[in-house]
Design a protein around this ligand. Structure first.
Ligand SMILES: Nc1nc2c(c(=O)[nH]1)N[C@H]1C(S)=C(S)[C@@H](COP(=O)(O)O)O[C@H]1N2
Ligand SMILES: [Mo]
Length: 319
């Protein structure tokens, strides 16, 4: 297990304890907060666990992987967020310039209750969960991220999806005065993405609001970003200001920019190479310089949950 500082409590310890604790408490049908967890564990070191308790009543989830999460440092200093620059270190350096309060999201298109919802409205009534997910960038790196978020399905159901809707389109904030990267027309701003409705409604698909016990840092897409763990990272659009239910397949930024290289589906698939590199293996962030690349898993290891969505589809053609 890697640590930010050698004195940190190891995450694997904390997570293992948390998992055991939540299992016990589920059995006793009394899932409670960190206080109860710490008490139930008789911890020698209650302080670190308390300090890292899940925020805002978030619950652990059976969808979480048991792999060790990457460190805060590893998750927040190596990012793709082109609105703030092309280098991996640019978002951490520049994204503080983005104003995230107040924040509003327009939800429109084929919905029963279209409107402009502020962040509190969006969060209202949504059960937060910790989702420790594998995350695989199309560039060939990966990491394990302990997201805090809620299922997108919960939000869509509240807004009311009309029967004719087949897709969900997402749009990122575009505010040039706060985003030094958008002066370069590397892509057609704003950053946009889309999912088929059944993908959007899948229980693995979340809107993230935090990482570990912190609010989402700006460089990771504050205050609200999509996370679709079985797809390449570029589908997980950041800092969302608009969600539109549509009948037709929406515009997706990378698909529109380089259609030969990036598809609409973008399911993680070790058998379908990027035209310029293999997708068979990946470099886990935090692995040593000489560590072996790890094998990439079909659907990023979430095949049991999502393979049915693509039954009968040619995944080479719909890549
Ligand atoms: N708005 C926006 N969203 C974005 C991107 C971006 O450049 N702009 N990059 C994508 C890519 S390529 C990846 S790998 C992930 C990176 O998310 P992370 O920095 O939280 O790991 O964000 C995705 N979402
Ligand atoms: Mo990516």
């Amino acid at each position: 297990m890697r640590r930010t500082k050698p004195t940190d409590p190891t995450w694997s310890d904390v997570l293992q304890q948390r998992r055991e604790a939540s299992g016990r408490m589920h059995r006793r049908a009394m899932l409670a907060g960190a206080g109860a967890m710490a008490a139930g564990l008789g911890l020698a070191r209650p302080a670190p666990l308390m300090a890292r308790s899940l925020p805002n009543g978030a619950r652990p989830s059976a969808f979480s992987t048991s792999e060790d999460p990457n460190s805060w440092e590893e998750i927040t200093t190596y990012n793709n967020f082109y609105e703030f620059g092309l280098d991996k270190s640019d978002p951490a350096r520049n994204a503080h310039r983005m104003t995230i309060d107040p924040w509003a999201v327009v939800i429109d298109g084929l919905v029963d209750r279209p409107g402009t919802y502020d962040l509190a409205d969006i969060l209202h009534g949504q059960q937060l969960e910790e989702r420790i997910y594998r995350f695989r960038c199309v560039e060939g790196w990966s990491r394990i991220v302990p997201w805090i978020g809620f299922e997108l399905a919960g939000l869509l159901n509240r807004i009311g999806v009309q029967p004719s809707a087949r897709y969900v389109a997402f749009e990122t904030l575009l505010r040039p005065e706060e985003m030094p990267g958008v002066n370069r027309r590397v892509i057609d701003w704003p950053y946009r993405e889309g999912l088929r409705l059944d993908e959007a409604m899948h229980p693995l698909t979340i809107m993230a609001t935090g990482i570990l016990d912190q609010d989402l840092p700006n460089q990771n897409g504050a205050p609200l970003r999509l996370v679709v763990p079985w797809k390449y990272g570029f589908k997980s659009i950041k800092s969302i200001v608009r969600i539109t239910l549509t009948e037709d397949q929406p515009h997706a930024t990378w698909e529109a920019t380089q259609p030969r290289e990036y598809g609409f589906y973008a399911n993680v698939n070790p058998d379908v190479d990027h035209p310029r590199w293999s997708q068979a293996t990946e470099r886990r962030i935090g692995d040593g310089l000489f560590a072996r690349r790890r094998p990439t898993l079909m659907f990023n290891g979430y095949g049991e949950e999502v393979a049915d969505l693509y039954a009968g589809m040619d995944l080479r053609r719909h890549f």
